[in-house]
Design a protein around this ligand. Sequence first.
Ligand code: ADP
Length: 323
Amino acid sequence: MKRIAVLTSGGDSPGMNAAIRAVVRAATYHDLGVYAVDRGYQGLIENRIRPMSARDVGGIINRGGTILRTARCKAFMETEGRAQAAANLKSHSIEGLVVIGGDGSYRGAQALDAEHGIRCIGLPGTIDNDIGGTDYTIGYDTALNIAVEAIDRIRDTAESHERLFFIEVMGRDSGYLSMMSGIAGGAEEILVPETPTDIPALVEKLQHDRRKGKRSSIIVVAEGDDAGRAIDVAHMVSETSEFKDPRVVVIGHLQRGGTPTAFDRILASRLGIRAVEALVQGETGKMVGIHGKSVVLHPLEEAWTNRTLFDPSLIQVAHVLAT
Ligand code: ADP
């Protein structure tokens, strides 16, 4: 292995830059040529491949987003697209690829490896923390802290005006981020796609809370909750109760940007270095993750066959704390 490349793909997450930096610097450390691919798999197909040096990744460890930009690419789902991508890599004599992204990106990497023998290693970059094979994904901790800060700020105004707020947290398929931010932000109720939402029971709980003397209420709603978006839940509650003027805040993309936390920077740095070591050792079709204090390698499919779910006991934790 003489040359490798790195790309970011799918949804961006804070800490991807720290991972790119670690990959470039580790490759330099191991005397490998290292290339960057701009715009994920789209850039691979369009041959947007350029050499990188250790100095090119200076001053990015603290920056959110991804300096390589990211994309979703339909053409890469087709065999022709992947053949073009592989041909472009081979034209630069690149034999190994580090893919920073979610499980969709990993499926693409697996196909590129199986069809064209490009050695691929995945790094988990997503705020949702729903990828199997790792306790934490790069970007989750930052997004969690942003969501909690938003909840704290909203609680100030909710308390002052004695209001009911619905706060929508990102997570189309996963309630992990909502559950954790709801617990850390002291939410009265947390609605997640993993459990059925019962609107009459929610109304009952809100009324009970007011009778007990709670002056304000914050309900965290995961974007993908089965009852709908936060705005839908707010409508259903106001139509069936005396809470006629609930407020809705969608944290949305605010959660994906901003300075990565120290946790995400360190995680990204450790995983990035291990990804390059894995390529040096001749590994392929693997993802790098963290289990406890250890950096580990798993087959790429671990990402989707063994998805990370929040511990169900946390539902009870949230319930007890909202008493
Ligand atoms: P994420 O990596 O964050 O899960 P996506 O699911 O959007 O994001 O996947 C990112 C990209 O990976 C897609 O736009 C596509 O180019 C590629 N990809 C996803 N699934 C596959 C697949 N089954 N086969 C080949 N490429 C795929």
